[in-house]
Design a protein around this ligand. Sequence first.
Ligand code: ADP
Length: 268
Amino acid sequence: MTDSTPKPQSEFISTIVHDLKTPITAVKGFIELIEQAGTLNPAQKQFSDKAIAVLGRMHDLVDDLLDLAKLDAGVELHLHECDIQVFIQEALETLESIALQRQITVQVEIGPEVRPIRADARLLRQVINNLLSNAIKYNRDQGTVNIRVSEQPGSLRVDVRDTGMGIRSEDQTRVFEPFYRGRGSAKAEGTGLGLAIVEMIIRKHGGRIWVESKLNEGSVFSFNLPRQRKSSHTISNEFSSEESDGVDDSFQDSNESLDSDSRSDQGV
Ligand code: ADP
C-alpha cells in the first residue's frame, strides 16, 4: 500500500535529489565501460575523462544538496563526547597531498585547557573538513593555514586562519548563502554549498560562525560551540527529540546566545 500522507517539501526534495544519484552513478559506469570496450583515440579519451569529472562534480553537488535538505528538515543530532583534535588530524590526512603539492604549511594549536565537546561527531567532522579544505583551496601557493582551538567561558572556540585570496567586505556576509561562489573562486572546484552546510550545523548546535577577512591577505573563519545548550524550546525543535543525556540544558553564557544572523563582516 502506498503512503498518501503529504510529505514536507524538504523531504520531497531529499527524495528527488537522492534519486538523482542512481542515474549519475550509472552514466559514470557506462562511460568507464566504453574505455574497457576498446582503445579510445586521444580525443575520445579526453572527452570521456571530462565527462567523468563533470559527473563526479554532479555527485558532489547531490551529496551537498542532500545534506542541506536533511539539516533544513531538522535532522536529529546524535550527541557524543568529541575530541576535536582527532577530527582535525583526520581532515589534515585527507588534505595533506594537496597542501604538499602547493607547499602550504599547516599549523595546529590546541590549548592545553581544551576538553572534549558534546556534539554530533559526523556533523562536526563535516564542519572541520569544509573549513580546512577551503583554507587550503583558497590559499596561495606556499601559504599558511593556522588552526587554533581554545576554551572560552562557556564554549569551545575554533579559528581557521589562512593567507589566501581573502574576501571583499561586501561579500563576507554572502559566503554562508547556499550557492554563493565568490569572484575568483571559479578556478577552484566547489558547489557553493559547503559554508551554508557548516553554518547550519553550527547553528543547530547552538553555536555561532563568523568570518574576518582582508582581500589578498587572508581570512579567519571562527566558530564557537556552547558547552551547555539552550533549553529545547528556545533553540530549535530538533533538540527536543534528542536522547536525554542528563546534562543541564540551560544556557548560561548570554554573550554567546544564538543570533539569527551568525555572521560578521569585520576586517582582519
Ligand atoms: P565552495 O568552496 O564550494 O565554492 P563554500 O560554501 O565552501 O563553497 O564557499 C563559498 C564561497 O566563499 C567560495 O566560493 C569562496 O568564494 C568563498 N570562500 C570560502 N572560504 C574561503 C576562504 N578561506 N578564503 C577565501 N574565500 C573563501
